[in-house]
Design a binder for this molecule. Structure first.
Ligand code: ZN
Length: 41
């Protein structure tokens, strides 16, 4: 789960998640405002 940095809504599922050598990256699209963002963990 991640919070949309644009409107603050919580987005429960990432569209995509992938790993590179260093990071686990999840790509989210906010359903409320349509903003796309990535979260690295
Ligand atoms: Zn949003």
């Amino acid at each position: 789960m991640a919070k949309c940095p644009n409107c603050g809504k919580e987005v429960s599922k990432p569209d995509k998640s992938f790993k590179n050598m260093v990071f686990h990256v999840e790509a989210y699209t906010c359903k409320k405002c349509g903003y796309c963002f990535k979260v690295m963990g």
